[in-house]
Ligand binder design. Structure first.
Ligand code: NAI
Length: 478
């Protein structure tokens, strides 16, 4: 069997396979889902294009989708987040060899250029038989964006000229669409029609989906996986609590204890990061725009201030807002010598990297991959991680398997829902019903030795819930 793919080096597959084997044990939700659906094959006929960090954990997700019958093509949703051994192992597959790969077409390697990134996304959206995907599994919404923009421009009759105010990346998206539409006119409209739905992994991608739904431009239904409780209250929080420190350590190995760390944003990601940094003995300062989250941070014992007020005293900066222009070039110029500047939010525009590069006389010294020292004309410098892209995946390996098992079990269930019950999901953005959220949590209890108390029938009646759940109203916030 031969198929198209592009990864760094298939010789890394054996290492990847060993790590996948260890990860499977740490991903009980995914493995239980494989067992539950092995016979019924609910994803048979599904052509899933996935755009999500190509890590070891994602390899277990991909192989679960395949085990349920799906035909899958994959890319990473970030230029730095691919683990090359994971990508190689997925291409080779459990039964292939590097000379005779039998796995899944992956187009991803660590350190893509932006042009390569969008080329990969295009490749994974094009089925080799000339057909189209009928499902998308997205993280951050880039695959969804390419299909929507492509269909929109085909309908309008032309891709607009690049505007000088467009970002470098958007200019590349426009170029990609120009060339793909020229090569296969009507392809994006056909893809948008073929896709039954998208399941979206993260806060930023979900935000884009609700905006499209509001504007009336959403082309297919979506399940917001991020807002399953067992996703955002676990991956975003406990995952980042783990991987923010991993990113800092692998990039700099600076002692965190005693330092002043600034966490911008106190949502789910911010809460995990602030907790972890405090756990290392840092004095943590939080910035927020939302009075509720600011009050939470204060009551959790953190100083809450503005970036302008404390920019000169912090040693470590982590942005977690999903917003843009949080740390400006002027902020960076005002930082302490060798302050560490990093972002763990989805896109790189939380830190004004373009503005930093435009400071007259600034010099960039590459220390090692994904770690740069920027020296200002006055001689002081700052250390920027992963060029302002998500540092936990750029400088380390992202979240560990156990927490990703929760997120990805939601993903698989959401794919099954949209693919097998398409008519129950008219155009719109949905979250999974609570009984499925509770099911995901239940699948992870045994591995941690959790002994759950069972409601008596009388107790269940008293609080007005079924003995077997769901136990909370939809508006409950956890
Ligand atoms: P969230 O909405 O729960 O939290 C973001 C917080 O930032 C909010 O409380 C908001 O009020 C605050 N904020 C917005 N603008 C601000 C500003 N100018 N200054 C200070 N605070 C501001 O979102 P969540 O779930 O915490 O996600 C944050 C970002 O992290 C998103 O881009 C998401 O996609 C990404 N993410 C990254 C992960 C990773 O592994 N690197 C994992 C999960 C999410």
């Amino acid at each position: 069997m031969s198929f198209d793919f592009k990864v760094a080096d298939l010789a890394l597959a054996e290492f990847g396979r060993k790590e996948i084997r260890l990860a499977e044990h740490e991903m009980p939700g995914l493995m239980a889902t494989r067992a539950e659906y092995a016979a019924s094959q609910p994803l048979r006929g599904a052509r899933i294009m996935g755009s999500l960090h190509m890590t070891i954990q994602t390899a277990v997700l991909i192989e679960t989708l395949v085990a349920l019958g799906a035909d899958v093509r994959w890319v990473s949703c970030n230029i730095f987040s691919t683990q090359d051994h994971a990508a190689a192992a997925v291409v080779v597959g459990p039964n292939g060899t590097k000379d005779d790969p039998k796995g899944v077409p992956v187009f991803a390697w660590k350190g893509e250029t932006l042009e390569e990134y969008w080329w990969c996304t295009d490749q994974a959206l094009a089925w080799p038989d000339g057909g189209y995907p009928n499902m998308i599994l997205d993280d951050g919404g880039d695959a969804t964006l390419l299909v929507h923009k492509g269909a929109q421009f085909e309908e309008a009759g032309a891709v607009p000229a690049t505007d000088p105010s467009d970002s470098e990346e958007y200019a590349i998206v426009l170029d990609t669409l120009r060339s793909t539409i020229a090569a296969a006119p009507g392809r994006w409209s056909a893809t948008a029609k073929s896709v039954k739905g998208v399941t979206e992994e993260t806060t930023t991608g979900v935000h884009r989906l609700y905006e499209m739904a509001k504007a009336g431009t959403l082309a297919f239904p979506a399940i917001n996986v991020n807002d399953s409780v067992t996703k955002s209250k676990f991956d975003n929080k406990y995952g980042c609590r783990h991987s923010v420190i991993d990113g800092l350590n692998r990039a700099t190995d600076v002692l965190i204890g005693g330092k002043v760390a600034l966490v911008a944003g106190y949502g789910d990601v911010g809460k995990g990061c602030a907790d972890a940094l405090r756990g290392q003995g840092a004095r943590v300062i939080v910035t927020e725009i939302d009075p509720i989250c600011a009050l939470q941070a204060a009551m959790d014992g953190f100083q809450v201030s503005t970036l302008d007020d404390v920019v000169g005293i912090a040693d470590i900066f982590v942005t977690t807002t999903g917003n843009f222009n949080i740390i400006t070039a002027a902020h960076m110029a005002a930082m302490k010598h060798q302050a560490i500047v990093s972002n763990i939010g989805h896109f790189d525009n939380e830190i004004d990297m373009a503005g930093l590069g435009k400071i007259a006389g600034i010099e960039k010294i590459n220390i090692k991959p994904q770690v740069d020292e920027w020296v200002f004309p006055d001689g002081h410098s700052i250390i920027v991680l992963a060029e302002g892209r998500l540092m936990n995946l750029g400088c380390a390996t992202g979240h560990p398997s156990f927490v990703m098992s929760n997120s990805f079990t939601n993903q698989v269930i959401a794919q099954i829902e949209l693919f097998t019950k398409t008519e129950e999901y008219p155009l719109g953005v949905y979250v999974l019903p609570k009984h499925l959220d509770e099911k995901v949590a239940r699948l992870h209890l045994d591995a941690l030795g959790v002994k759950l108390t069972e409601l008596t029938k009388e107790q269940a009646d008293y609080i007005g819930v079924p003995v077997e759940g769901p136990y909370k109203a939809d508006h409950y916030r956890y």
